[in-house]
Design a protein around this ligand. Structure first.
Ligand code: GLC
Ligand code: GLC
Length: 837
């Protein structure tokens, strides 16, 4: 069953009922200012850091779903409704939500009145625009009241929902109103109510501005409101929710000024619309910063506490009219048009085209921006940026804006420790490592090599290796990035266990395989409780990673002219490869790990958890066991033991009991998350592994199983958004087999894009240029690619001739070329490539 459809022309997903199985959301904002917005207008807004600079309040663990957002209410006689259906949930005569790239538009209609909202964050500004148009299509004149509503968060979103003894006393507001409204009797004796422009009504949220903050939040509209409210209790009524505000259902806003308690912002407009008449408002929700020495209104003292509104005015002046919104929208659309022109495919598969050309790249941008911080499943108050997560996110993003990836690599490397290990997470605002979780996730160091290599292969910019980068943010011990990579590499070399395989530490990619933890009591962290790191437990997965990224490291050494280091690296890789073949092979598949007692994990010797996906995918994609025929066997075992109609499960058989020696992996009920869920992130590893072996049919089959556009028809089972990947789909052991969870922020986005663009469609950036080596199904047919790379645009035509893999012939601008790497020539602008398989 579907709840909408794709509109590829407009690059939108069109949701046609508000009653989706879960809130289906979108992200507004490309760089610093972000809003999460659901198909029923729920969501929240923050500046840079979802925990520390939260503008609007979201209610976690919400009942009903998706509680709090940026709402508009329309009161038409006795009927109150919202264009996005929530929160009043009056049945609408018409409803539509279109999620586009960085914007969302809503259409609602009730009793002959239509309302359309366009929401976006304009490029380069720290605000969100919501344009609301209300039209009377009823054929007779109508009197309507229209209300806006947001609830402010007192900035630190974590403290905001815990520290009530303080927070209920700190809220402060300032109002800048048209003169007539400012003179309203309700404001008599209230400080901070001022007369301003006749055609603008602005509400300032300035909690904590009197002390250590240099920023305010603003909710403004380009018209003279008839009334406002800024106290939640006044607007909603003490025992009401946003589904039944007193002001809306009663006799309107009461010009309340919040003082402590919960500040909100609501504008009321009472309008009379003739038949066919419409009215448009432009609302601006903004974050405004003032320099510390210019915080107060000119000529006033700090104790008067009047905000200097110069910067706010300058920002608001840019968005005065509907045409200003149109212009911002055009700029946003051409920004995305330009970005997406970096990679474009035309193939026989409509679903593949729409994912690869639009949604997968869009999700890569979002995961790059957010890491695992703010979604409807990541609260934005817990994890910041992940070391391994961010390194992987940039694999799918780097072709879009290489410069931002470069900056990110430096930020990440700056949190590395001198011995090559790394903080597992860091805060986006401070860019400092997070010591609660600390280090000891022994896959982390290698991901830095993966990310850096991807950046250089994409951009050709090797100067990044010479950048002087601190360790643990300490400039006094800074070293060139190349030295950081060496320490990453050597961290693995120097931390091996009894089988000469890498020590796992607290966990490797699988955060839940905690082989050194031994937690017996609820509430103890699976990752940091107990010894956490030990001298015995080893990871075959990290060994596979080492083979893959050790070789990439060696290539970077060669690029720098250090052939001795490259040779040393390859020697180490060879040793690792041998160790995997010796003690990492179980007979039919790769072993997952050795536990702290030296027992195998992921082996036929085990009662549960006999086979894990991670080492099968990563060892094979790294080339381990290919010559020996073991790779074929490993992937056949994956197909036989782990595959389902909804994707490949992470392990089998599921753990039915808690295993002290394994940790969190065995804590989940069978079929969920790391305990035999379909963890989407590593499905592409297996698909890539299949391309390494030339199995185009199977690689594509795996790609399709978790790919949102291919499973749109089962949205009632899958539940999460059909335009983005989820972290997990419940596995065959689960009661809700096939149900998606944790959509949006997942490494799946980057890895599936890498898989489809670089391995299936086969355009892989090497250090010396683009290589073309597709691996597609036998019946895939011909396809065309456009790819911008280092300033050159390549137009590539692939004739498959029914073959799954193997380039037989390639011409570049008409001339035949040896091999399958397109020679890079910076003097060209457009290059025509024809490939015959
Ligand atoms: C989550 C984490 C990621 C980890 C994965 C598997 O998605 O963000 O870092 O690799 O779970 O445990
Ligand atoms: C839990 C989750 C895992 C995630 C981790 C983040 O262990 O199961 O997916 O990566 O938390 O800390």
């Amino acid at each position: 069953m579907k709840f909408g459809h794709f509109d590829d022309q407009a690059r939108e997903y069109v949701i046609t009922t508000p009653r989706t199985p879960l809130p289906w959301i979108n992200y507004l904002g490309n760089q610093d200012f972000f809003t999460l917005i659901s198909n029923t207008c729920g969501g929240y807004t923050f500046y840079k850091d979802a925990k520390l600079l939260r503008l609007t309040r979201y209610r976690y663990n919400n009942v009903p779903y998706d509680n709090n957002g940026k709402y508009f209410y329309i009161k038409d006689g006795e009927t109150v409704w919202n264009p996005g259906w929530q929160p009043v949930k009056t049945d609408l005569d018409e409803y539509e939500c279109r999620h586009g790239l960085g914007y969302s538009v809503f259409h609602g209609k009730k009793n002959g009145v239509s309302a359309d909202i366009t929401s976006l964050v304009p490029m380069g500004d720290t605000c969100e625009l919501s344009r609301l148009t209300v039209k009377n299509e009823s054929g007779a004149a109508k009197k309507l009241s229209v209300f806006s509503y947001v609830e402010w968060c007192l900035w630190n979103a974590d403290d905001d929902m815990k520290n009530f003894q303080r927070n209920l006393s700190t809220g402060e507001m300032e109002l800048e109103l048209p003169e007539a409204l400012a003179g309203n009797a309700a404001f008599k004796g209230r400080p901070w109510v001022f007369a301003g422009d006749a055609d603008r009504t602005t509400i300032y949220h300035k909690t904590e501005y009197r002390e250590r903050r240099n920023h305010v939040a603003v909710y403004s509209v380009n018209a003279a409101a008839d009334a406002v409210d800024t106290s939640r209790d006044a607007f909603l009524g003490a025992y009401n929710g946003p589904d039944h505000p007193d002001a809306v259902f009663g006799s309107g806003c009461t010009n309340s000024v919040a003082s402590g308690w919960s500040p909100v912002a609501s504008h009321e407009f009472d309008v009379e619309l003739a038949a066919g008449e419409e009215k448009t408002w432009v609302f601006v929700l903004a974050y405004v910063e003032n320099p510390d020495d210019d915080k107060w209104a000119p000529g006033t003292t700090p104790s008067e506490g009047i905000v200097n509104k110069k910067n706010a005015h300058a920002l608001l002046a840019k968005y005065k009219t509907s045409a200003d919104v149109d212009k911002a929208m055009e700029t946003l659309k051409s920004y995305w048009e330009e970005l997406l022109s970096c990679y474009h495919v035309e193939s026989s598969s409509e679903e593949l085209n729409r994912m690869a050309n639009i949604w997968n790249q869009y999700q890569c941008m979002v995961t790059f921006n957010m890491s695992r911080s703010a979604s409807y499943y990541e609260s934005g108050i817990g994890r910041g940026m992940g070391f391994r997560d961010s390194c992987q996110d940039l694999l799918g993003f780097v072709h879009l804006i290489p410069d931002r990836a470069r900056e990110r690599i430096i930020d990440i490397a700056s949190t590395q420790f001198q011995d090559g290990s790394a903080y597992h997470q860091y805060q986006p605002l401070t860019k400092k490592g997070n010591s609660d979780i600390g280090s000891g996730f022994n896959d982390d160091p290698l991901w830095l090599i993966a990310g850096t290599s991807a950046y250089i292969r994409e951009s050709g910019d090797a100067t990044i290796l010479d950048e002087i980068v601190p360790f643990d943010n300490d400039m006094s011990v800074a070293k060139p990035l190349m030295e950081h990579l060496k320490r990453s590499f050597d961290y693995i070399v120097n931390h091996k266990g009894p089988h000469a395989l890498p020590l796992i530490g607290r966990a490797d990619w699988n955060d839940c395989l905690n082989l050194n933890c031994f937690s017996e009591h609820p509430g103890e962290s699976f990752q940091t409780f107990g010894p956490s790191e030990g001298p015995v437990a080893e990871s075959v997965f990290i060994a596979g990673m080492f083979v893959k990224y050790g070789e990439e490291y060696a290539k970077l050494c060669e690029l720098k002219g250090d052939t001795a280091e490259a040779a040393r690296a390859r020697e180490e890789v060879k040793k690792m490869n041998a160790a995997i073949l010796k003690d990492g092979w179980d007979g039919e598949w790769f072993v997952r790990a050795y536990d702290a007692h030296g027992a195998k994990v992921g082996s036929k010797e085990c009662r549960e958890g006999q086979i894990f996906i991670e080492p099968q995918g990563f060892c094979v994609l790294a080339g381990v066991g290919v010559e020996e025929g073991l790779a074929e066997k490993a992937l056949a075992s994956v197909k036989e033991k782990l595959d389902t109609k909804y994707g490949i499960m992470i392990l089998q058989p599921a753990y039915t009991e808690y295993h002290l020696e394994l940790g969190e992996v065995s804590s989940y009920p069978p079929g969920y998350k790391e305990n035999a869920g379909i963890f989407c992130h590593n499905n592409p590893w297996v698909s890539i592994a299949e391309t390494v072996l030339g199995h185009g049919d199977r690689a594509f089959e795996i790609y399709k199983k978790t790919c949102p556009a291919f499973i749109e028809d089962i949205s009632e089972i899958h539940c999460t958004e059909p335009y983005v990947y989820s972290q997990m789909v419940a596995g065959a052991d689960a009661h809700f087999f096939g149900q998606g969870k944790n959509s949006w922020l997942t490494g799946t986005a980057a890895w599936t894009f890498v898989n489809v663009s670089q391995y299936i469609l086969g355009l892989y950036p090497t250090l010396s240029g683009l290589s073309v080596d597709p691996c597609v199904p036998g019946n895939f047919g011909d396809f065309k690619l456009t790819r911008k790379y280092r300033g050159v645009t390549y137009h590539i035509e692939v004739k498959t001739n029914g073959s799954q893999k193997g380039v037989k012939k390639m011409t570049v601008d008409g001339a035949a070329v040896e091999g399958n790497v397109i020679p890079f020539d910076a003097s060209k602008k457009d290059v025509q490539v024809v490939v015959e398989m």
